[in-house]
Design a protein around this ligand. Structure first.
Ligand code: HEC
Length: 199
C-alpha cells in the first residue's frame, strides 16, 4: 500500500471518529437541554395549576353545563273544578288544536273515513264502538252504552285504564282542561251535539 493512501485512510478514520464525537456531544447536549426545558415547563405549569390566588383558572376549568330539568307541573294535582264547569268555559278553538294529537289516527270530519282509529264525526253521544266498517279490539266497554261526557272524559284521561286492552295506542290527556276543550270541539263536529252536562 502506498504511504499516501495509508495516511489518507488514517485521516479518514480520524475524521469518522471526530464526527462521531461531535454527533454524540451534540445529541447529549440536546437531550440535556430538552430535559431542562421540559422539566422547567412542568414545574411552572404545576405552579400555575396549583392556582395561587388570582390565577386565571378559566382555561382549566371544564365548563359543565347543567341542564336544569324543568319540573313539569304535575297535572295530577288537578284543581277541584267540575267537568261541567270546565265544559262551560271550554275553548273550542283550543280543543281543535288538542285534536292534533289524534289526527294521525282519526278523522273527525263529516263523512270522514276510518283510519288507524274509527271515524269520529258525531262521536259524542254515539254508541261505543259502532263506527261502520271499523275492526274494534273488543276492549271498549260497550256495556257503558254511549260516549257521554263522563265516559269520554274517563277514556281520554288514560285509554288503557278505562278500556284495558284497547288497541288505541295513546297515553292519554292528563290535563282536565285539554280534555274539556277537546270534547267541546268534538261535540261541535256533529249534526246533533250533546247538551252540556248538568252541574
Ligand atoms: C295511535 C293511533 C291513535 C291515536 C293517536 C288516537 N286514537 Fe283513538 N282510537 C284508536 C284506535 C285503534 C281505536 C279503536 C280502539 C279499540 O278498538 O280498542 C280508537 C278509538 C277511539 C274512540 C272510540 C270511538 C268509537 O267508535 O267508539 C274515541 C272516542 C277515540 N279513539 C278518540 C281519540 C282521541 C280524542 C284521540 C286524541 C286525544 C285519539 N283517539 C288518539 C287509535 C288512536
Amino acid at each position: 500500500m502506498a504511504p499516501a493512501v495509508a495516511a489518507y485512510r488514517v485521516r479518514m478514520q480520524m475524521d469518522a471518529f471526530e464526527f462521531n464525537k461531535i454527533v454524540g456531544a451534540t445529541t447529549g447536549a440536546l437531550m440535556i437541554f430538552l430535559v431542562i426545558t421540559f422539566g422547567t415547563e412542568m414545574y411552572f405549569d404545576k405552579k400555575k395549576h396549583a392556582g395561587h390566588g388570582d390565577g386565571d383558572h378559566s382555561a382549566l376549568a371544564y365548563s359543565i353545563e347543567i341542564e336544569e330539568e324543568e319540573e313539569v307541573a304535575e297535572a295530577d294535582a288537578e284543581p277541584e273544578i267540575s267537568l261541567a264547569a270546565l265544559l262551560a268555559s271550554a275553548d273550542i278553538g283550543k280543543g281543535e288544536k288538542v285534536f292534533n294529537k289524534c289526527k294521525a289516527c282519526h278523522n273527525a270530519e263529516q263523512g270522514g273515513g276510518n283510519k288507524t282509529g274509527p271515524a269520529l264525526w258525531a262521536v259524542m253521544g254515539r254508541d261505543i264502538g259502532v263506527a261502520d266498517g271499523f275492526n274494534y279490539s273488543g276492549s271498549l266497554p260497550s256495556d257503558q252504552g254511549a260516549w257521554t261526557w263522563e265516559n269520554m272524559n274517563a277514556f281520554l284521561t288514560k285509554p288503557s285504564d278505562w278500556a284495558p286492552g284497547t288497541s288505541m295506542a295513546f297515553g292519554g290527556l292528563r290535563k282536565a282542561e285539554d280534555r274539556a276543550n277537546l270534547m267541546a270541539w268534538m261535540n261541535s263536529m256533529s249534526d246533533a251535539p250533546l247538551p252540556a252536562p248538568a252541574e
